[in-house]
Design a protein around this ligand. Sequence first.
Ligand SMILES: [Zn+2]
Length: 260
Amino acid sequence: MAKIFIDPGHGGSDPGAVGNGIQEKDITLRIATMIRDMLVSEYEDVTVRMSRTSDETVSLSERSNAANAWGADYFVSVHVNAGGGIGFESYVYTGVGAPTTTYQTAIHNRIINLSNWSDRGKKKANFHVLRETNMPAILIENGFIDNATDANKLKSASFLSTLARGHAEGIADAFNLNKKDTGGGGSGDLYKVQIGAFRNKENADSLAEQARRDGLEAAVLFRDNLYKVQIGAFANRANAEAMEDRAKDAGYATIILTES
Ligand SMILES: [Zn+2]
């Protein structure tokens, strides 16, 4: 059983960074909650605790102490950057090696691939939650709240969901978590509903944007040298077909890709 401790940065009297009408403490809680829900509902043999589940004040030592007392296998601190920049970066403690750096690579790459964010790199720093936790730990800076382009992305529910998806898949990679079999034939296959694939990222982004306006949860993924627009991935083929029908009704050309 993998014990994953998720730490939404800031909260309560500490808003974290603010800018463009949004507060870091709200964004981190939304992303962290989605990561927890994805891990617990979609993967086997994983248990999740959070340093906070609402808008409450929690000190840094309360966060590291809670993870240490629980005996977490991994500490994931979710933050949003500020101070002049754009894009995505992640941190581990100064001087650490594997497996902390291996886990960092897994999560970092998943988020970059799903979000298409500019990659500011895998970094190291002497942050409290990285230093005072007894287990491998990562701190993730999800874009810059004081940059209008990044902030606009962070205002989108579907983009936050994409970020959470990147964290969850990266954690699953790091800990070799298996997907739950949620019905269907018990094949273990994953059925992905795709509405387009492009060489040009702008075309994929614009189709995804249109799909979101039509109420579909579209994400752009870079796979096999193509920008693919996906509107869902399901363990159960019937659920994928239901989503396909919804997209067809809205006028999209769809295909279901099976990934085992
Ligand atoms: Zn922060």
